[in-house]
Design a protein around this ligand. Structure first.
Ligand code: ATP
Length: 325
């Protein structure tokens, strides 16, 4: 009942009468009062006025199933939500849930990750309450060869959601980092379990630095948070909802062609590397060139002056020649 109670309080402009809530849920006034008390205990500020009813004044910045479900507007993303205080990694947790039969669109969220993952065995700094650590589970009917493009779809969704929620432009450092003012606010890690021609599941992990006021020395030159960039504390649940809504939109576009052909233009408009000199840290042979944008398959087009090279995301990182971007 708490999710529905929250939804009604949110959607009502003004007060909701206790009687209306009793009728809606078919419960006693005491039961309604108990629900209100539990919400207050979780940090919601709810005003109660005699003869008028209840009014939601403010919501805490908590990541609970109730909170996320009560603001959910998406069709399938987040149809099941599991929130945890601590996990090793939300991707690992989502993979376990996938094996346990959780459906396409399941969302895993944690307040803290003890072993947050980055690409190629790297780690993702995930201190308690500082940010968003979320993973969306997909069970798509898609060729496994096309799944790596989902990282770019998620990057576009996240950059667009962050820009919308903060009012500050968030860009994409190809292929999967979201940056603000040249520093990284978000990383995305896509992992897949597949047969030769069939995907069992894909998990898309998104870590966003929201409230952090500092970072460990090793990453402080490249990492930043929404708080550090704007001086404001943003509501994490609202940001998660915005990411899911944007993801649903871009994913639907992607599914039509199973590539990024209809998204190249929008992705390139967010690409902070576009028309910049970049260093491609290819383990075989690093090289420099000018990044020109992406192909419909998500490769980065790099003009090396001698030739035009297409870089696939798998094994490489890209840096600006003069800094992180
Ligand atoms: P890059 O191009 O920065 O090398 P990548 O895509 O190869 O990025 P990711 O997997 O996205 O790497 O992220 C892991 C790296 O990000 C870590 O090695 C570390 O340098 C940095 N990092 C770890 N935690 C954070 C964080 N919370 N915020 C920003 N950067 C972080």
């Amino acid at each position: 009942m708490r999710t529905e109670l929250l939804t009604i309080l949110r959607e009502t402009d003004g007060y909701v009468s206790g009687q209306a809530l009793c009728e809606k849920f078919g419960v006693s006034r005491t039961a309604v009062w108990k629900g209100i008390r539990q919400l207050r205990e979780s940090g919601y500020v709810i005003e109660a006025v005699q003869n008028k009813g209840y009014r939601l004044i403010s919501s805490p910045d908590i990541l609970s199933e109730n909170e996320l479900m009560s603001i959910r507007k998406t069709e399938w993303a987040g149809q099941e939500i599991r929130c945890f205080p601590v996990v090793d990694s939300t991707n690992t947790k989502a993979q376990q849930l996938a094996e346990d039969g959780y459906p396409d669109g399941t969302l895993v969220v944690a307040e803290q990750q003890d072993a947050g993952k980055g690409r190629r065995g790297r780690s993702w700094e995930s201190p308690r309450g500082s940010g968003i650590f979320m993973t969306l589970l997909l069970k798509p009917q898609l060729s496994p060869n096309n799944a790596s493009m989902l990282t770019l779809v998620a990057a576009l969704a996240t950059a667009s959601a962050v820009t919308e929620q903060t009012g500050r432009p968030a860009g994409i450092k190809w292929p999967n980092d979201i940056v603000m003012n040249g520093k990284k606010i978000c990383g995305i890690l896509t992992e897949m379990s597949a047969q030769t021609d069939y995907i069992n599941h894909v998990v898309i992990g998104i870590g966003i630095n929201v409230h952090n006021d500092s970072f460990p020395d090793e990453i402080s030159c490249m990492a930043t948070s929404l708080f550090l960039e704007t001086g404001k504390h943003f509501n994490r649940a609202a940001l998660i909802e915005a990411v899911l809504e944007r993801f649903e939109h871009y994913y639907a576009v992607f599914r039509k062609t199973e590539d990024l052909s209809a998204l190249v233009h929008e992705y390139d408009a967010c690409l902070v590397n576009a028309h910049q000199k970049v260093r491609v840290l290819d383990p075989k042979e690093p090289f420099e060139g000018k990044a020109m944008g992406i192909t419909p398959r998500g490769e980065l087009i790099v003009d090396t002056w001698e030739s035009r090279r297409l870089v696939s995301a798998g094994e490489v990182s890209v840096r600006g020649v003069y800094g992180y971007v």
